[in-house]
Design a protein around this ligand. Structure first.
Ligand code: NDP
Length: 240
């Protein structure tokens, strides 16, 4: 039987790209969304539509999903993964960096939820995986607004789960620790970045995005009446 459609936001690098590869290996058709469409296309995955979509654009997210569903059928899993980390000392930080994180990490995730939720409720089937972070469970130095956006994911997902569980729709939160990706490339606060890197060295480095991808796939592949509510995955030596 044909496998159902899986939608992944932020699939042009890091965890999103690794998860796209894992679901593709498992035989799923994919809709991949991000701004760098060339990077998604270069993954070379079969039965995959790559669309240049900014998750802040609610209409564009919805349209891309509606179009992909016309080709591959209803979305069975949405991985709301796109996100940015503009870590920095809050006292000196440009508030534009606050806005950007809130717009992408919070509103971007809600735009994904909005695009698939009703259809999943109608079909009494579906899985929404929301990307949080270990920084959505406790605070870290210079993570102020980033932590705020990821705490939002935890709170919102707990409430969303209450609403969707009676319709057999699953809501999963994934909370990684330090993963080797490009996520810190946009950090402008040099001291913050140096401190983060020193901490990373202390724990022996981050772990591969492939492990996060495998965890998402594992949770998704559980039977629909089995819900892994949250996955917290860190390097073994990440103490905090
Ligand atoms: P990357 O920077 O490698 O990937 C981020 C992805 O998000 C890219 O594909 C990027 O694509 C996409 N993205 C960013 N902004 C937008 C936007 N406005 N519209 C659409 N796509 C967007 O980092 P990671 O893989 O590490 O990050 C993925 C998620 O994992 C994030 O939510 C991050 O907060 C979370 N996370 C990461 C951890 C880590 O240590 N790496 C730890 C805990 C959580 P493009 O720029 O092409 O649009």
């Amino acid at each position: 039987m044909d496998k159902p459609l899986v939608v992944i936001t932020g699939a042009s690098s890091g965890i999103g790209a690794a998860t796209a590869e894992a679901f593709s290996r498992a035989g799923h058709p994919l809709l991949l969304l991000a701004r760098r469409v060339d990077r998604m296309e270069s993954l070379g995955l079969p039965k995959t539509i790559c669309r240049k979509v900014d998750v802040r654009d609610r209409k564009a997210v919805k349209e891309a999903i509606v179009n992909a569903e016309a080709q591959y059928g209803p979305t069975d899993c949405l991985f709301n993964n796109a996100g940015i980390a503009r870590l920095g000392n809050i006292i000196h930080q440009d508030p534009q960096e606050w806005d950007e994180q809130i717009d992408i990490n919070v509103n971007g995730v809600m735009n994904g939820v909005h695009a698939v939720m009703e259809g999943m409720v109608e079909r009494k089937r579906g899985t929404i995986v929301n990307m949080s972070s270990i920084a959505g469970r406790k605070v870290y130095p210079d993570h102020t607004v980033y932590c705020g956006t990821k705490y939002f994911i935890h709170g919102m997902s707990d409430s969303l789960r209450q609403h969707l569980a009676p319709h057999d729709v699953r809501v999963i939160v994934i909370s990684p620790g330090v993963i080797e990706t490009e996520v810190l490339d946009g950090v402008t606060d040099r001291k913050t970045l140096a401190d983060y890197k020193a901490n990373k060295v202390k724990m022996g480095g981050g772990i591969s995005a492939d492990h996060v991808a495998d965890s998402v796939l594992f949770a998704y592949q559980m039977p629909q009446n089995v819900l892994i509510q949250e996955i917290c995955i860190t390097p073994t030596r990440q103490e905090h």
